[in-house]
Design a binder for this molecule. Structure first.
Ligand code: NOJ
Length: 751
């Protein structure tokens, strides 16, 4: 119980007169800083994981390297993976009561799509194109997380993802920069709410800064080669948008870009983030990404790595112990200036102050609140709504859906699986806690006669600690029963896909078809009953050429979270009319990757078949199987031509694009009306089109609605040849439609 009195004095005196005055609050951080020894300052920049290595590689013992002697001596500023109000309080108390200044810890955790109540994986949820929904699910995640004593999530991930081999596309918002930025802002607002110091909000983290989604061949942690214009125009905007809405923290990415690891990249961190954008939040490294400067081959030792990372602008060292072991010496030797050190410490203390931890280190540790908040009915209701809004109807030949049959077979290794729908990065979810598809169907459609067969097994021992996920490839013993069940049914629902841990961090794949024996099983069933609804659960776009050609109805159901089965049953039964649209293209083959809608023209664009010396693959159709923005509904919509308010736009003035959308069906339905723009000639090559707006609205059966989009200079601006940001005069094409491949167009000139 050392120094509890000085702590009380420091905080007590300071709290008294200044709780709502930001200048005085900053003074409080400064005052604390002025009392700290060099060791104590270094300690604030050190973060350890506690417990088994849930979220990264650790020592062979299965335990991470947290040093309790350091924890008790002010050498640790933050911990991750400590869960529960009781555990958090105990650890906080040890630190507050045993360290000289009693500076509280900040507790972090990867809350990616819910804490106990699990929402759809972020890629799935992005398919809802519903920003309010995404803000709401992040809000509920924050309520549960903060009640469990955690104040900081390492989310949202805002890496633009164009390579479905990369397992982490499940954590992002897909392939588009504009949509990615809008979603990033919504999620940050949801986590952080209006007041970070409130006990039911948490600090968000813009990650991974930057370029991580462009790892060569989609192999996680691999090197990245992207040019400066691409970095600025494609990768950076979601991060910049998040900084603008006040995201509390940033995280480095593991990768290098053209030879410079992000953790030691002064251009990214000092010039752009903390310079141009004047970002005053804190930058945490990724898991040992400071130490990984050694295998990257840019540092000889942790000493050098620490010097490079902090001088470049990384503030906190996650799990690497490079800062805590070396910064004191680096400062004493003048290799890191006291200013640089103080700036980093000030950012960490400011985070703690914003969270209210300097006022009350224990404010987040309330066991009664924790017990009351988890998986409340309204949280689960929101999870169900989010899940059904995330479903994308990919194919519905002959209106097989919504289901009309009375004898339905449900076949597949995922149909009764209560764990896979929770997906990877499941925070504190109970294993096997999702509503399975079979449960959802039988509960939601009690008048239908459902039969079931597993058909084949999918994985053996899937969990986060198994290095190579083993997929069952030889046991066909369940085929005969599945065929028998299919024969006796009017319609067969096949539930196939990827197990939870086949996507996510370190889960890159070189073949992204349905794993194991599933496609073989599907073909066998197809031989006896062609009325198949394929319900896919997966964490990335898959290659499904045979399926898309042959199976009449295909439903993309991702890993939809706690209420998955109910949500899918809502869609299959017609209780909910699907409205999701893909945010990442489905390739036809792995060789086609990356395939994304907003590519450049090239000097030899292919405009049709039978061309030779043009950009194309000679053995595969040019476009993806299912494009960005695509998704069907039980309603059918038609679009009028686009009408612009003017064919000339003056600089500084805006024009509008209008379109009328009619629901020609007898069913009310929601449509996502999408606006794309093409800059025809630029100082650098420009994408064939870029999403620049969207509106999601319910249109009643038979109703027509007019949609208006405002085209501003901001929408037309980009980082130009000289890297300045702005517009360029010339011709623009405007496209409005129901997907990136189904558009009406018009043209205007920017003067
Ligand atoms: C490594 C991951 O790359 C990062 O996203 C995550 O936040 C950390 N581990 C902490 O678990």
């Amino acid at each position: 119980m050392k120094f509890t009195v000085p702590l009380a004095m420091v905080f007590g005196v300071l709290i008294a007169g200044c709780s709502n005055d930001s200048t005085k609050k900053d003074n409080r951080v400064d005052q604390l800083l002025s009392q700290m020894t060099l060791e104590e300052k270094v300690g604030q920049l050190n973060q350890y994981a506690v417990g088994p290595e849930l979220t990264g590689p650790g020592e062979k013992t299965g335990q991470t390297k947290i040093r309790y002697d350091q924890l008790m001596s002010g050498q640790v500023g933050s911990v991750l993976n400590v869960l529960g109000a009781k555990n958090g309080r105990e650890m906080q108390q040890q630190v507050v009561e045993n360290t000289r200044l009693g500076i509280p810890l900040v507790f972090g955790y990867d809350v990616i799509h819910g804490y106990k109540t699990i929402f759809p994986i972020p890629l799935g949820e992005s398919s809802s194109w519903d920003l309010g929904l995404m803000e709401a699910t992040a809000r509920v995640a924050a309520v549960e997380t903060s009640a469990a004593g955690v104040q900081w999530t390492f989310a949202p991930m805002m890496d633009v993802g164009r390579d479905p081999r990369w397992g982490r596309v499940m954590e992002g918002a897909g392939e588009d920069t504009y949509l990615g930025a809008e979603i990033a802002k919504a999620r940050v607002k949801g986590f952080q709410g209006g007041d970070l110091s409130s006990t039911n909000t948490i600090a968000a983290c813009a990650k991974h800064f930057a370029g991580y989604g462009f790892s060569e061949s989609g192999k996680d942690y691999n090197n990245v080669y992207i040019g400066q214009h691409m970095l600025l125009n494609t990768v950076i905007p979601p991060f910049k948008a998040s900084a603008e809405v006040g995201v509390a923290t940033f995280m480095n990415s593991f990768n290098d870009i053209d030879g410079i690891p992000s953790t030691a990249n002064p251009y990214l961190l000092r010039d752009l983030l903390k310079g141009d954008w004047k970002y005053d939040g804190m930058v945490v490294s990724d898991w040992n990404s400071v130490g990984e400067l050694i295998p990257h081959g840019v540092a000889r030792s942790k000493y050098e790595a620490a010097r490079m990372a902090i001088n470049a602008g990384s503030d906190m060292d996650m799990e690497g112990a490079a800062f805590v072991e070396n910064l004191k010496q680096l400062v004493e030797k003048g290799e890191v200036s006291m200013n640089v050190l103080d700036d980093a410490v000030r950012r960490v203390l400011t985070l703690k102050q914003r969270l209210g931890l300097l006022d009350d280190p224990y404010k987040y540790f309330d066991e009664a609140r924790e017990a009351e908040q988890m998986m409340k009915k309204e949280h689960l209701d929101l999870a169900r709504d989010a899940a059904r809004k995330s479903i994308v109807l990919l194919k519905n030949e002959g209106n097989l859906l919504p289901l009309k049959a009375n004898r339905i077979a449900v076949i597949g290794p995922l149909a009764k699986d209560k764990d896979t729908p929770i997906g990877n990065w499941r925070a504190a979810a109970e294993p096997n806690s999702a509503v399975s598809l079979f449960e959802g169907l039988t509960e939601g459609m009690p008048d239908v006669n459902f039969s079931y067969a597993e058909g084949c097994k999918l994985s053996i021992g899937p969990n986060n600690f198994v290095n190579e996920l083993q997929i069952e490839n030889s046991d066909r013993s369940g085929f005969a029963e599945a065929i028998r069940v299919a024969r006796g049914a009017e319609v067969v629902i096949m539930n196939l896909g990827e197990p939870a841990y086949m996507s996510g961090e370190a889960r890159s794949r070189s073949d992204i078809g349905l794993p194991g024996l599933q496609l073989e099983l599907l073909k066998e069933i197809y031989k006896v009953n062609k009325n198949i609804v394929l319900v896919m659960m997966n964490g990335r776009p898959l290659t499904i050429e045979w399926e898309a050609e042959n199976i009449p109805a295909i439903v993309e159901a991702w890993h939809l979270g706690s209420m998955a089965g109910h949500a899918i049953a809502d869609v299959l039964s017609g209780r909910y009319n699907p409205s999701g649209k893909l945010t990442m293209s489905f390739p036809r083959s792995v060789g086609q990757i990356p395939v994304y809608y907003n590519h450049k023209m090239s000097g030899r664009p292919s405009t049709g078949p039978n061309m030779v010396f043009y950009t194309h693959h000679m053995d595969v159709d040019r476009g993806p199987r299912y494009p960005f923005g695509y998704g069907l509904s039980y309603s059918t919509f038609s679009y009028s031509p686009v009408v612009l308010s003017d064919s000339v736009k003056a600089n500084g003035k805006s024009i509008t694009a209008k379109v009328t959308v009619t629901n020609n069906s007898a069913v009310d339905g929601e449509e996502v009306v999408q606006l794309y723009i093409r800059d025809v000639v630029g100082s650098i090559t420009r994408p064939v089109m870029e999403l620049k707006g969207f509106q999601k609205t319910m249109i009643s059966a038979g109703e027509s609605k007019e949609f208006t989009f405002e085209i501003t200079d901001e929408l037309l601006s980009f980082y130009r040849l000289d890297f300045s940001f702005g517009t360029e005069p010339g011709d623009f094409e405007v496209f409005v439609g129901s997907s990136s491949a189904n558009l009406q167009s018009a043209r205007f000139t920017l003067k």
